[in-house]
Design a protein around this ligand. Structure first.
Ligand SMILES: [Zn+2]
Ligand SMILES: [Zn+2]
Length: 372
């Protein structure tokens, strides 16, 4: 199957069609506040399973657990209806190995947006699990069984939604829900949203956002994707260093999956969460610093006729102000002999000093003359 061409297999489209069509059930079952909030809650509980279990445990082993704990995690991840954890881990490891090259099963740069979002999963080529790439997981028969019969947990999950709804109808009629309504909202609506949220990482996280690290793929960091996918939006960070439990490398990069895993570690279910090495954090900060210096240099070169918006005018005005102050100083700041703390900033000051009078002639030279 791995040698088959990339094309949609209509048999494999059926489960996705059923999942999406099931959402139209809201026309018949209606909505209650309880069912709608349950759908939202179950989205995040299961997104945590996608990111914290399928991804950060089975794919990358960024923390440890017992064998029983591992089985529990695999059951939890099974409720996401994204096939077995071993299938997930194999395809994800393959993605890291071949990111954005023709072998990558879901690169938007190679195959286009729609294929990377949903098309690739419907291809027979991407149906099998290549156990040679996940030997560390293959040795657990219970995981292989769950991977082989990957519909068992989703069916149990859907049935439990119906059961919970039926029980609530009987024992808490004030909530206004019932079995069918919970099946539609808790299973179909929530799972469809969960699928598209997850698929956004495959399709969007290599298109949308900023590239802090110059990795040999086009992975990006996006705050919006980090919210939708509980921290997975810091995808460029993750492509730079995959073994860390956290994808948000710095405190301001919100990573709810990591916070959840930290809490789980206090219960004793998991342990050995892996940190980001200091060298990788330093490298990231250096890259940010260089990018901001380059941005300041670029904005200082904006010519007035091109400065059509505040976005262009303000940085250029700031650069002119700096240049004016520097030009007005009788003593031109000298570059220190020893290695400066912010060598490139010192160079930038000289660069602005040299360029500003010619690039922004009238205003700067007049002010400078008055000052003198
Ligand atoms: Zn990626
Ligand atoms: Zn990964």
């Amino acid at each position: 199957m791995r040698n088959e061409p990339d094309k949609v297999d209509w048999v494999r489209v059926m489960p996705f069609a059923i999942l999406h069509l099931g959402c139209f059930g809201i026309i018949w079952v209606g909505v209650s506040a309880f069912a709608a909030w349950a759908a939202v809650f179950l989205y995040f509980v299961r997104m945590f399973a996608v990111t914290g279990i399928h991804h950060r445990y089975f794919s990358h082993k960024t923390y440890s657990t017992s064998r029983a704990g591992q089985f529990f995690l695999a059951l939890w991840a099974g409720t996401t209806v994204q096939r077995g954890s071993l299938w997930w881990a194999y395809h994800h490891r393959h993605h890291h190995q071949h990111s954005d090259d023709p072998e990558d099963a879901h690169s938007p740069h190679v195959h286009g947006f729609l294929w990377s979002h949903i098309g690739w999963i419907t291809s027979r080529r991407n149906f099998p699990t290549d156990y040679s790439k996940i030997k560390d997981l293959q040795k657990f028969p219970e995981l292989v069984w769950l991977n082989r019969f990957d519909l068992v947990v989703p069916i149990l999950y859907a049935a439990s939604m119906f059961g919970i709804g039926a029980l609530l109808e009987k024992f808490a009629p004030g909530l206004g829900t019932n079995g069918w309504q919970m099946l539609v909202w808790g299973f179909f609506v929530s799972t469809t949203a969960l699928f598209h949220g997850t698929a956004c990482i495959n399709s969007m996280a290599h298109l949308m956002g900023k590239r802090r690290y110059k990795t040999d793929d086009d992975s990006r960091n996006s705050f919006i994707l980090a919210i939708i996918c509980l921290g997975e939006g810091w995808h460029n960070n993750h492509h730079r260093y995959q073994s860390a439990t956290r994808n948000g490398f710095y405190w301001w990069e919100i990573d709810p999956t990591y916070y959840g895993l930290k809490v789980l570690s206090w219960t004793g279910l998991i342990w050995g969460l892996k940190n980001v090495p200091q060298s990788v954090l330093d490298e990231g900060m250096r890259a940010e610093h260089e990018a901001s210096v380059a941005a300041a240099q670029a904005s200082s070169q904006v010519r007035p006729e091109h400065a059509s918006s505040l976005r262009h005018v303000l940085p250029a005005a700031a650069a002119i102000a700096v240049a004016t102050v520097n030009a007005a100083n009788t003593q031109i700041p000298q570059k220190p002999d020893s290695a400066a703390m912010h060598k490139d900033l010192t160079e930038l000051a000289h660069e602005l000093d040299r360029k500003a009078p010619t690039a922004h002639t009238p205003a700067v030279s007049t002010d400078t003359d008055n000052a003198r």
